[in-house]
Ligand binder design. Structure first.
Ligand code: ADP
Ligand code: MN
Ligand code: MN
Ligand code: MN
Length: 336
């Protein structure tokens, strides 16, 4: 039997890597059960900012596969790391760093959950503006709203939930956001590699499904100038020790404070436009933590404060982060 395998990878575009994919027809006996059933493949790196023209072969190394909820049947999505033909890791391959850190510090029992915010667009115009044909009323009624005139693009968002569940992603939930036509889904909680991988696949699925509606998905940190919220990727994290007792919290927060600037540099393009101190953010030049404080860099959820153990929320990452880089940075800061 023949199936379609959609090979997905992150390209070399700077400052924000883009998702690329291509289809390979696989001849299979029954359904694909393990990575060994999926061949290594390749692409032309000169068209993805991953190579110069004269030596442009890049290698796709399958690292995880999923049921393809868009094509259905036995078709699959295949997530890849990019390598050079000689087997070396490609410079654009940020996942390999995370893989090494997970090997080194796996015993700490890191768990992550990422809240992916995004803004729906029609062409160059935010979907809410496009659908209303004018400037929406100011922010206030849109967060977790219901009703026409307040929600824009629900059909796509519902399709996306179903697709993520069918692909068996670690998908937590969704909510509509403060800016009209802006929404969020949560991936996690789970192991670092699984959460970061699933986020890339969730992004792929949303872009792919958006094609059917002529809607594009912007991960811009500040998609609309003015009194409109930016879009983040709050990154929730815990270790085994944090889940067991509060003794480690002070130390973790102190380390995060010390490395604040290194974090800001890898927390997404346009962070200075988003972390201004307005719109539920702490300015990017400052570090502050607080219980239930949505104007902090790190929020301690109220239940964590009450029970004295649990996870912390890093509110600084922007919607357009490379999750492999951000999780690597957090693991490094907390572990070293
Ligand atoms: P918020 O109140 O900030 O909007 P959400 O409900 O949107 O919170 O997101 C909470 C996130 O916390 C989810 O992504 C979830 O996966 C994550 N999370 C839950 N438990 C843990 C844990 N033990 N370690 C790390 N992340 C966790
Ligand atoms: Mn949230
Ligand atoms: Mn949110
Ligand atoms: Mn949050």
């Amino acid at each position: 039997m023949k199936i379609k395998a959609e090979y997905i990878w992150l390209d070399g575009t700077k400052p924000t890597p883009q998702i690329r994919s291509k289809t390979k027809i696989l001849e299979v006996n029954g359904i694909v059960e393990s990575l060994e059933d999926i061949p290594v493949w390749g692409f032309d790196g000169s068209s993805t900012n991953q190579a110069e023209g004269h030596s442009s072969d890049c290698v796709l190394r399958p690292i995880r596969f999923y049921k393809d909820p868009v094509r259905g049947g036995d078709h699959i999505l295949v997530l890849n790391e990019v390598e050079l033909p000689n087997g070396d890791i490609h410079s654009s391959n940020t996942r390999s760093d995370l893989r090494e850190l997970v090997e080194k510090y796996g015993d700490k029992g890191f768990k992550f959950g990422i809240e992916q915010e995004y803004t729906l667009f029609k062409g160059d115009v935010p979907l809410a503006w496009a659908e209303l044909g004018k400037e929406p009323k100011p922010q206030g009624p849109y967060y977790c709203a219901v009703g026409a005139g307040k929600i824009f693009g629900r059909h796509l968002v519902e399709k996306h939930i179903d697709a993520c569940l069918e692909a068996d992603l670690l998908f937590d939930g969704i909510n509509w956001e403060v800016m009209p036509g802006q929404s969020e889904y949560q991936i996690g909680p789970g192991d670092p590699l699984k959460v970061a991988d699933d986020l890339i696949v969730a992004r792929y699925l949303m872009d792919r499904l958006g094609e059917d509606y002529g809607i594009t998905v912007s991960l811009a940190a500040k998609p609309k100038e003015g009194d409109w919220n930016g879009a983040g990727a709050h990154t929730n994290f815990s270790t085994k020790a944090m889940m067991q007792s509060s003794e480690v919290f002070e130390e973790v927060l102190e380390k995060l404070k010390t490395h604040h600037e290194e974090h800001i540099t890898v927390y997404g393009d346009g962070i200075e436009k988003r972390l201004t101190g307005k719109h539920e953010t702490c300015p990017y030049t400052k570090f502050r933590h607080g219980v239930s404080d949505r104007g902090a860099s790190i929020r301690v959820p109220w239940r964590v404060a009450k029970e004295g153990k649990g996870y912390l929320e890093d509110r600084r990452p922007c919607a357009n982060i490379d999750p492999y880089v951000v999780l690597s940075r957090l693991i490094k800061t907390i572990s070293e």
